[in-house]
Ligand binder design. Sequence first.
Ligand code: NAP
Length: 382
Amino acid sequence: MGPGHRTRARRGVRTGVVHRVAAPPGAAGEAAGESVFSGPVGRYVSLVRAVVQDRYASPETLRVREVPTPVAGDGEVLVRVRAASVHPDVWHVVTGRPYVLRLMGAGLRRPKNRIPGTDVAGDVVAVGASVTRFRPGDEVFGETTMGHQWLNGGAFAEYVPVPQDALARKPGSVTFEQAAAVPTSGLLALNNLPRKHLRSGQRVLVNGAGGGVGGFAVQLAKAHGATVTGVDAAMKLAMVTSLGADRVIDYAREDFTQGGERYDLIFDVPGNHSFAECRRVLAPGGTYVWIGHDRFGAAAGRWLGSVPHGLRLVVMSRFVPQLPTVTFSRPGKKDLMAALAGLLEAGKLTPVVDRTFPLSEVPQALQYLQEGRAQGRIVITV
Ligand SMILES: NC(=O)c1ccc[n+]([C@@H]2O[C@H](COP(=O)([O-])OP(=O)(O)OC[C@H]3O[C@@H](n4cnc5c(N)ncnc54)[C@H](OP(=O)(O)O)[C@@H]3O)[C@@H](O)[C@H]2O)c1
């Protein structure tokens, strides 16, 4: 907040939580400062801290500022954020690359929602109209949006409004930091693992098993009794084994597509091998699932990223039995989040947190993510 910005502590009207309060623009003492307040909302406006992104740019440009306290809309709850997490798609939306994401709702010239972050854990402080599933005091975790992840979701803030169906109750057995590490990568893993291969006797290979999505895929396949091989960098293999993998492969020493093993499912996160190479080591009736990783712009085009490759596989899936057919009848986010909460509660899913950063160090957290050294998830504590 800028010098001369009038502040005082006051009880927030909607939330019952103490906020900083600023005089509206034009009041005595108001200065431009760092406030992103843009219009008068009553006599006083309560302010909360948030990471603000004015334009698509390098993560170093992100700053913590003070913004008006958000309000829970119809069907939304207002969450006091205790922890949030970073993942590669946060980097994509902050930088605006690949450019196609700007056409997919993120905002053409600048981000529509100026506060990044989609994964959150915290407690409910207020509920909007027609909310039936939660009430103030509930501890929750989930995504902040109902749609895809190429949008800013407002999680890197002290408070965020979240659609109730994007949330589940946080099990008491996990911390807020652990819970915040789960939503997007857990949903991606759960939604893309074909059910027919989640059972005992199935041989599952997870390529990129030491990453966010791959780590959950290993645990989910193991929880259902499959035999799991995890492929990743040497430094991450001990962690992959601790997640339950039966066998691990260092990708720098061994190319799994050239080995003699056969797999019923190849769950491919980095996508560094072609489908034809992977098909070689698929067992009869096997499935290849591609997640894909742009490697922060280094492995795919500036304009479309890996979207064309994904679309090619979708078209091929109509003719090639090893590729899963894209279906729109999958369970919704509400059911998937409930399933993740159940797995956490049962101890079948254990989120591994590598490191936490305070809200003011979101740029450093994104830099650390990009370096690829993290062994587990990177969490922002608020
Ligand atoms: N995690 C999320 O919450 C999330 C959310 C939305 C979308 N996504 C998308 O899902 C994709 C994966 O995300 P992620 O979070 O799982 O990424 P990640 O944490 O970076 O995991 C990728 C893993 O693959 C490994 N890898 C790199 N090259 C490899 C190779 N040649 N062979 C085997 N493993 C290799 C990486 O290791 P190195 O350290 O060697 O690079 C890393 O451990 C991304 O496209 C992302 O945009 C993820």
